[in-house]
Design a protein around this ligand. Sequence first.
Ligand SMILES: [Zn+2]
Length: 263
Amino acid sequence: MEKFLRDIGLKQNQHVMIHAAYRKIRREFPGLNIEDFLRIIQDIITPEGSVILATFSYCFAKVNEPSKIYNPDETPSKVGAVSEVFRKMPEVIRTASATHSFALWGRASGEIQPDNAPESPLGEGSVLEWLSRQQDAFILMLGTDFLSLSFCHYLETMAPVPWHDTFPWAYLGIRPAGVSIKGEQELHEVPGCSKSFVNFENYLLNRKIIHPFRYHSLFGYFIHVGLLLEHGLSFFRSRPLELLCPKNQCSACDSRRQNKIKK
Ligand SMILES: [Zn+2]
């Protein structure tokens, strides 16, 4: 695993956001547990760089039933086994956002405060904004595609796409507010559906702007954040409709499309 990661470009002092599907990693690296996998990455990057994982728990205020209350020390991550192990590792801090928290290690954990909980969860003031401002920032995707690329939600707020502030989840019985042990916080620019981010992925692939790597059945990307910002802002501004699911297939995307027509 260490040689593999070095071969795809992982180096010391980089700030790296990781999206990893452990089931797919285990198939090619049998016997490697999640903690060892993360320690290998930390050893390569060193504490001068940063390891960042999303630990979203989606503790939104519910309309008709009691809300789940986010506690950074206890609430499990809902975005994968790797993030759930990482948030409990030594010297890792977890941010206070009730809906879209991150676990941080290395320089990010010193520069981003644990009480980080911006009103725009993945926009201005967020961990993703911090990442976008670092020179040596990368996104490592192992066994996942752009469906799980949270950075695209930051691009939605930056572009901004026409529905950046349309809350698309009302049909689930929730409100645009996060609920944590510190109380309730109104939110705006709540991230929507990410299924169509694969259209942006295909756009980058077709133009050979990004190059996937393969290790037997394990597929992924190691992408410079500056590259995603540059091509993402241009794509998100010129072709926003391609970031929504086709009509009548997804309530969240339909509500956003409807709002754009009204505007
Ligand atoms: Zn959708």
